[in-house]
Design a protein around this ligand. Sequence first.
Ligand code: ZN
Length: 178
Amino acid sequence: MVRPILLYGDPILNEVSSEITGQLKSGVYVLIDDMFQTMLKANGVGLSAIQIGVPLKLFVIEAHMEAEDFHMRGVFINPKILREWGEDVKHPEGCLSVPGLAGMVERPDNIELEWYDEKWEKHTEEFSGYGARIIQHEYDHLQGIVYTEHLDKLWLKAMQRPLELIEVREMEVPYLWK
Ligand code: ZN
């Protein structure tokens, strides 16, 4: 089921998500399915559970860049960034909760991530470049952080008015379905 996506300014987006343990473990399949449907309908490449109002440590990613032969699809449950290294790279980011906008965010180029997939198999893997960036963006959501918190003063100033429009829900959002 496609679910409504929470928008910038919604205080739920600043909540810290909880680990998925115990009985919740068997109930996440419907949530995962809803998240993929919602993300794909909104043309996003990543979505965290908190963005549809569920404060659990879970995000899904589906990103393809044909030119770079980059393909990534995965379910990330209870993820932990074990380490980050390499150059800090500046790159524009967008977010389904901040529709129509993009801002320059600086992040380390490499990470090592530990997580569980939808079959509850544990993985540990290194990511770099675009993959590392999407993961760090989604990982931030689980800590209650929206990428706008990483913007420098100039960017924030440039985006202030459109952000206010989103906050008061006057921005036209193509995927603001009910
Ligand atoms: Zn986002």
